[in-house]
Each structure stands twice: as C-alpha cells, then as structure tokens.
Design a protein around this ligand. Structure first.
Ligand SMILES: [Zn+2]
Ligand SMILES: [Zn+2]
Length: 579
C-alpha cells in the first residue's frame, strides 16, 4: 500500500528556531497592523508560516515587517512560558476567536494551556521555543498565500506569510541561492515552457498530459516494462471502481475513507481505488496457487485517486490522481529475503539509469501496529539482512512503519541536493490474513499463507516526472526527450533536403522535426535550445552538397558536419542504449 510522503527533515532544533521566528513575525504584524488576528504559526518543511485574519499586505510590505522583526530580535526578549486557565485565555484573546477556539480544543483534549511571552507579545502555544529572540541570527520572509482556517474551504480565507530562518547568515545565503535555482527548475514552469502537461479547474489536482508529456510518460513505462519482464514480473490491470464490501474487507473503508472518492452504481456503494492491492489480490485469489508458482510477482501500473486538501496540491509532486508503478509479490517464507533483495537491486538499477543518487530508510514497528510482535521482529530483521547482504547502507526510522508491516523507503537526491521519497518496499502480513490468501505447500495442503510485499520504484509516474524535470532542469536524456532532433534550414531552398532527411530520421525511430520558418538561423537555434532539444541540425549550401548536417547540442556546443547516415546510426544506438 505505498503512500507518497514528503521527506521530513528530522532537525528539531531548526524547527524550534523557525517556529520561534513565526512568533516574532506575529509580534511584528501585531505592532504594525494592530487589527490583524494571528491564528497559527507552525514550522514547516520549507521554513515557517503564520496565518492572519484581517490582514491585507503585499510582498512590498516585507521590508517594513522584516525591519520590525529585526528590532524584536535585537531586543533579545526571552521566551517565557506560563500556564493559563481557559478563562484567562478567553480574557486575554477577547478579540481573537481563533485562539479561543484552539484553547477550547486543547482543553477538551486534556492538554495544559500554555502561553509564551516575549516582550509584550503573548501567544497561545505548546512550545518549545528558543531561549530568546536574539538566537535568531538570519531570517527572511519569502511569500504570501491564501489559506483557509483549518484548511477547510468552507471557512474564512486567511493571509499566510511564509518565511525562513537559520542559525547563521551564511546558511541563509546558501539557501536563497538554492531557492533561486529551484525556481528556475520548477517543473510547473518547465511543463509550461515545453508544453508537457497542464491542470484545469474541471479536475483540480489531476494532471492533463499533452502529446510531448505523454512521450516522456510512455518512454518511462517502456523502460519499466522491459526491466520488469527481465526480472520475472507479470503485468496485470484491475478496475478503478470497486464495491464497498471489498474496501470494508481491506480496512480502507474504516481507516482511509477521508482520502477516498465514492460513487453509487445500481443503488450500491462503490469507491474509486486509492490503492491497487485489494483489486490485485483478486487476481491472486482467482485460482488455487501452488508453492511452485511462488514467488509470484504481479506488477500493475494502477491509476489511483486520493483526496488531498487543495492547499497541499503542488503541480505533479502532490496530486489527487496518479499512476503507481505498483507490484505485489507473493512469497513463501523461504523465498522472502531473496525477493526483497531482488526489489532493492531492481530499484537501484532503475534509479542509476536516471543518474539519481538515493538513500534508504528502514521504518520499524509503530505504536498502532497490527499483528504478532514476533512476526514484526522477524520482518524487520529480514529487511535489514537483505540490505546488509547487498552491502547497502540504510538509516532506521524507529516507529515509522505502516501499521501492517515494516518498510524500506527510497529517497532520491536531485541535482540541488533535495531529497524526494519515491520508491517503497513494504512487508505485509495483514492483507494476506484479511483476504484469506493461501497456497498449496509441498506437503499437499492448502493452508499455507503467503507473505505479501508491496513495492513501487518510480512511486507515482507523475511525481517521478516532476522530480526528473527539476533534477535535469528540463534537459532530459535523449531516450526520454519528446523531441530528440530538430533540423533548421538556413534558407527556403534547403527545405526539400531537410524534409527528406527528417523523414529518414523518423523512419529510423528518431523523434525528429523541422524548423523551416523564415527566421534567422540564430533565432532558430535559440528556440531549439529553449525547447531543450538534444540535437540541433543546421542545413545550408554546403550540407546539401556534401550530404551532411552540421550538429549542435542544446548546451551551445557545435560538433561540426556529419554524414546523415552516420548521424542516424549513432543516434539510434544512443537511444537504444538509453544513455
Ligand atoms: Zn499494495
Ligand atoms: Zn510557539
């Protein structure tokens, strides 16, 4: 049941610093805009934010706000903690219904109510905070966004101010350079510039793939299918809409309902699948399986839908509909470790093809786990042993496993050093029990239970393409590239030759196109480079006479004239090798 989860940095100290900076932001806002109501201000992956009601500002106001924040930091106010009663808090926040609502909720949950005060600013907060405001050495406000109170679009829209802070000025500077570079590489921008995909209000959070984006998609899947066939996988396809009984049996109806979409057919309840496993299991269970058939590796490129709040949608990286490169492996206890090793090696091979480095995290038994603790121990040991035997390093995340079993998560590292969780390998004892999976053992009885592995490598195809676009800044490897070759003519009279050569290339399986516009050659070259076309071929008097093309690459290198036949041969080889 692989879930896509953002990678969380476990740097609590930095989180505390950033959350404390959020207090300073709220303090500055209250001084500058006394009518604004501060609501919540957590630290998040990209820094911190604070949401305000009754505040209209633009990024032009950041300078003034930052100056006020710096004043507060320079005063080095200590953060002082005080316990307070609900009555005291109601009095204190008489004009801020948000804080009162939060306090009532904390109280109901049995929490102590605490106030943190620095200077003359007090906030309802659980803490922790840095010792004093002076600890914040470097900060910056980064952007403004709209956000609904409690993330619910039925509620009032608030103004969210994002910021970032660091213990040193140097770290802030490095970060700002990284952000600039990341903006240039934003896959949403690349997707627009290269005409790969779009989003539309008629299906929020669900990408529409254009012809060029679909080429990338199909190339990734062709490679995937080839490697999986070699690794002994078989591919299946199962329905997207399945009935309520199935989701009750799998536990999703009770535990995952908030993220699911529903429909009715002939008065009966159905759900759109958020995961592929319950459907895939029907294929396993369609017949009596023998131990001789195991391990059975059933791959499925399954389109799943998961409801996400509109506020967290982020291009292809966080969507509501995506295709998982899923597979379920049904193993006997004897073959389990080898199967795990096989998945790790296949994942390694596929990531290396794209030039990704990665690290692996082993997540162990959580508090809400199901099943026999001894089985858990054995499963965690098996995952660890497989990694060790392959001499692969991993980090342990205690208590971070799924409730049904431990898992290995694969985190890709991109060109900017950011990490993205993509692949996952999860061991599952629960689903075989819930669905009564069996196989006939060597002893001739049918009461053996297979162990199930859930795994993805790309994770979601959408997300993987998003990460790949940011990693490569749109400069895709030749075999993935939507347009591999563009032929540019210097004048109209060379169009016939260019057209003939373009055709030859297309027939050889190269994605080639022509630019015969009456534009200057330098403009045509520039446009082809902007489109990240791998090979840019220029054709003029000499090329026609010699039967050549002059080869340039998108990095502005001129490689000189080449016989067309020779060029085709080389490119076809390069595509085939997936270099
Ligand atoms: Zn699964
Ligand atoms: Zn706080």
């Amino acid at each position: 049941m692989p879930k896509n989860k953002e990678n969380k940095k476990d740097s609590t100290e930095l989180e505390t610093l950033r959350h404390s900076t959020a207090h300073v932001l709220a303090q500055a806002i209250k001084e500058l805009y006394p009518k604004a109501k501060n609501t919540i201000g957590p630290s998040v992956e990209e820094g911190f934010y604070y949401d305000f009601d009754n505040l209209q500002i633009t990024p032009e106001d950041f300078k003034k706000i930052e100056e006020k924040m710096q004043e507060i930091i320079n005063k080095n106010y200590p953060f002082e903690k005080k316990e307070a009663s609900l009555a005291e808090i109601k009095k204190m926040f008489v004009d801020n219904q948000y804080k009162v609502e939060l306090a009532e909720e904390f109280k109901k949950a049995g929490d102590n109510l605490t106030i943190y005060q620095d200077g003359d600013f007090a906030d309802l907060c659980r803490g922790p905070h840095v010792k004093s405001t002076g600890v914040i050495k470097a900060f910056k406000l980064t952007k403004i966004a709209g956000a609904y109170w409690r993330g619910d679009s039925k509620n009032k829209q608030l103004t969210r101010i994002y910021g970032i802070s660091f213990p040193t000025e140097k770290e802030l500077r490095t970060y700002l350079i990284l952000i600039q570079e990341a903006e240039k590489r934003d896959h949403r921008k690349i997707g627009r510039d290269l005409d790969l995909f779009s989003f539309h209000d008629c299906a929020p959070g669900m990408p529409f793939w254009h012809p060029k984006g679909t080429i990338i998609w199909n190339e990734l899947l062709a490679y995937w299918r080839e490697e999986h066939a070699k690794a002994g996988y078989k591919e299946i396809r199962t329905p997207i809409i399945l009935n309520k009984e199935l989701w009750l049996q799998s536990g999703h109806w009770d535990h995952y309902k908030d993220n699911m979409y529903f429909t009715k057919i002939d008065e009966a309840d159905y759900a759109v699948k958020p995961m592929n496993c319950p459907g895939g299991i029907q294929v396993y269970n369609n017949t009596v399986r023998s131990y001789k058939e195991l391990p059975l590796r059933l791959g499925e490129l399954g389109l799943v839908h998961r409801h996400e709040l509109s506020g967290v949608l982020a291009g292809l990286l966080r969507v509501r509909a995506f295709t998982q490169d899923d597979a379920h492996l049904y193993c006997t206890p004897e073959t389990l470790k080898d199967e795990i090793k096989g998945v790790i090696l296949l994942t390694d091979k596929i990531y290396k093809k794209f030039g990704f480095e990665y690290h692996v995290e082993l997540s162990t038994k959580p508090d809400n786990s199901m099943g026999d603790p001894k089985l858990w121990e054995k499963a965690e040991e098996t995952l660890a042993a497989a990694m060790k035997e392959l001499k692969k390093e991993y980090k342990v995340n205690p208590g971070d496993g799924a409730f049904y079993g431990p898992k290995l998560d694969f985190h890709l590292k991109d060109a900017l050093g950011r990490t993205w969780q993509c692949g996952t390998l999860q061991l599952d004892f629960q689903m075989p029990i819930k669905f009564g999976l069996k196989y006939m053992g060597a002893d001739g009885t049918e009461n053996h239970q297979p162990i199930m592995l859930h795994r993805t490598i790309y994770g979601s195809i959408e997300r993987f393409i998003g990460v790949l676009l940011e990693h490569t800044a749109g400069k895709l490897p030749l075999w993935v590239s939507p347009v591999q070759v563009r032929i540019l003519t210097i004048a109209d009279r060379f169009n016939d030759y260019a057209e003939k050569k373009c055709k030859e290339m297309q027939e050889a399986g190269i994605r080639a196109e022509m630019d015969a516009r009456p534009e200057s050659i330098s403009k045509k070259v520039r446009d082809a480079q902007m489109q990240q076309i791998n090979y840019i071929l220029v054709v003029g008097e000499r090329e026609v006479a010699d039967g050549t093309v002059t080869v340039r690459t998108r990095d502005n290198k001129v490689h000189g004239a080449k016989k067309v036949d020779e060029f085709i041969k080389e490119i076809v080889e390069e595509i085939k090798e997936r270099k």
